[in-house]
Design a protein around this ligand. Structure first.
Ligand code: J2J
Length: 543
């Protein structure tokens, strides 16, 4: 496939259209339809803002006009790095209506990641808040813009601060005639958790993503009375679409935005707004379970707590109903597509012990051995998948795509799973070179490359180490070049290179040589065992 946006073979696309999986609806149209059907209903609650569907629809039209006046064109890429604020919706729907493609950066991404997204996608604009969570995004944006000729605009929600930046507030104008956007076109790009040196971009079409919303809404039983609390950062695929904020809008419900997932902020919002469903990663679910006993708030409106992004232990899963009084839904998904849910009426043991089953009857799932041969149910193997909302390739990554997808279009998820007799998946591990730090994904090679840039680092290997709270943390093994630098110095070196804080190794170990496999490659398995053993054995007493 030579297109920079790989897509489904035409015959399959035809089938997905005929069977009604792909409705032929763009995001711009979806919002227009919901505004017509539920005009006065509150769509978004964020800080002091309360927007009805009609108000949101109008703001989006006015902002699309402003973006267009600024020079943003159909199919332009725009890196969007916004926290959970109502303007996130103005921005993304305005871009959808223009046919421009948001690229969803996370609030924690820093200059190295942002420069890469902007450069690789040749983004025309980059949209930021002025400050968020104690970080001022404006100097970072200036730095990125000064290095890239293709990046024409930095748009700031709030105070522009710098003379070259544009304020979003000044861009709401008289609506214009909007271009015709095709539902088969790529609507936006998500970021892959990654396992290679540089993060991959995931192109999602209006058709395929809309279908994932429709199925999510069906499985999670959302309707116009649903109130979804976004406690995780909305740019992440889980709170964006499973069913997340976009699924809630698809269902005509209400989205409530929390700037942080802290129990103090989130519990108050649940009580105030009568939230019915929310989503968390496992460590945060544990924080909420622990916090509830010490707070006097009424969470009785909460019907469903979704937990996903990383494996949720059975012990913690069991405590959800008893402590929070709601149904747990396990969600095993990926920005590349496939989403698995436990069903709300599944027996308790299925909800506690499995990560759910695919949401669509059109999802094809294969569990195979190292030679791509199917393994029987009950045995662990590599998960491969294909279907109407699972991508056929990453953006501009032809060489990598040949390895990440089978010749018949199955995506190699890199997850090791076991399929139960009833078709549910249990996540057993991972074959990809990635660390899942409580839901935040860290590609080992990306961090190794940053470490190798340090003058005193001869070689580096990043692996996971078990952790009671996050499930896993990162450990970087380093072979020093002569002088052994201090661990703190390595960490501040990485921070200065501008990477998200969750990618900074939790632990640094110096080593003389790496253990190797029988074919002479670095044995990450042996390194993982070394660090796990070191952490579990008590320190030797010094006399
Ligand atoms: C174990 N591992 C899991 C789970 C994801 C919904 C929910 C999550 C994501 C997501 C998402 C897991 N148990 N319950 O996009 O729509 C790991 C797997 C998977 C990778 C994908 C959604 N849920 N994982 O987490 O793209 O390794 O998407 O392949 O960030 O997270 O990561 P990501």
């Amino acid at each position: 496939m030579s297109s920079i946006y790989p897509t489904w073979p035409e015959q399959l696309a035809e089938l997905y259209r005929e069977t009604g999986c792909w409705e032929g609806l763009t995001f711009g149209e979806m919002l227009r339809n919901r505004a017509a059907a539920h005009g006065d209903q509150v769509a978004i609650v964020g800080g002091a803002h309360r927007l009805t569907y009609q108000e949101l629809d109008r703001r989006v039209d006015r902002l699309a006009a402003g973006f267009s006046a600024l020079g943003i064109q159909p199919s332009d890429r725009v890196v969007v790095q916004l926290p959970n604020i109502s303007q996130f919706f103005d921005v993304i729907f305005a871009l959808f209506r223009l046919g421009a493609l948001p690229i969803f950066a996370l609030p924690l991404h820093r200059s190295s990641e942002i420069s890469y997204f902007c450069e690789f996608s040749e983004a025309a604009a980059y949209i930021i808040p002025d400050t968020h969570a104690g970080f001022d995004y404006r100097p970072m944006a200036s730095e990125v813009k000064s290095k890239l000729l293709t990046l024409q605009h930095v748009i700031v929600v709030g105070d522009a601060g710098f003379s070259g930046h544009v304020e979003l507030n000044g861009l709401y104008m008289e609506p214009i005639q909007l271009p015709d956007v095709k539902s088969s076109a790529v609507a936006f790009m998500q970021l892959s958790g990654g396992s290679t040196g540089l993060p991959k971009l995931i192109p999602r079409t209006h058709d395929d993503y809309m279908y994932s919303l429709k199925k999510s809404v069906e499985v999670c039983k959302l309707d116009s009375s649903s109130v979804y609390l976004a406690a995780l950062p909305v740019a992440h695929n889980f709170p964006l679409s499973s069913p997340g904020v976009l699924g809630t809008l698809y269902a005509g419900g209400t989205v409530v935005l929390s700037l942080t997932p802290s129990p103090d902020e989130a519990f108050a919002l649940i009580e105030q707004e009568k939230v019915t469903i929310t989503a968390l990663v496992p460590p945060l679910a544990i924080v909420w379970i622990e916090a509830i006993g010490t707070r006097s708030c009424n969470l009785s409106s909460l019907q469903v707590l979704q937990v996903g992004g990383a494996k949720f232990s059975a012990e913690a899963a069991r405590r959800v109903r008893t402590s929070l009084g709601c149904t747990l839904q396990q969600v095993f998904g990926m920005a590349e597509g496939l989403v698995n849910y436990t069903r709300l009426d599944d027996p308790e043991e299925v909800i506690i012990h499995t990560q759910g089953k695919p949401m669509s009857e059109w999802d094809e799932v294969r569990v195979v051995d190292d030679e791509d041969q199917p393994v029987p149910p009950g045995e662990a193997g590599h998960l491969l998948t294909r279907g109407p909302y699972t991508i056929r390739g990453y953006y501009k990554a032809e060489e990598h795509n040949a390895k990440a997808f089978t010749s018949d279009g199955f995506y190699r998820t890199g997850d090791i799973v076991m399929l139960t007799e009833s078709g549910y998946l249990v996540v057993e591990g991972r074959a990809k070179d990635q660390i899942n730090r409580g839901g935040d994904k860290v590609a080992a090679e990306e961090i190794e490359n940053h470490l190798l840039a340090h003058p005193d680092v001869h070689d580096a290997a990043v692996v996971s180490m078990p952790d009671d709270f996050l499930g896993e943390r990162t450990c970087a093994f380093i072979i020093a070049r002569g002088n052994q630098p201090r661990a703190a110095e390595i960490k501040s070196f990485l921070r200065e290179r501008g990477i998200a804080s969750y990618k900074i190794p939790d632990r640094i170990e110096f080593i003389d040589a790496f253990p190797t496999t029988s074919v002479g490659k670095v044995s990450k398995k042996a390194l993982r065992e070394m660090i796990a053993h070191k952490r579990s054995s008590p320190p030797i007493a010094v006399r």
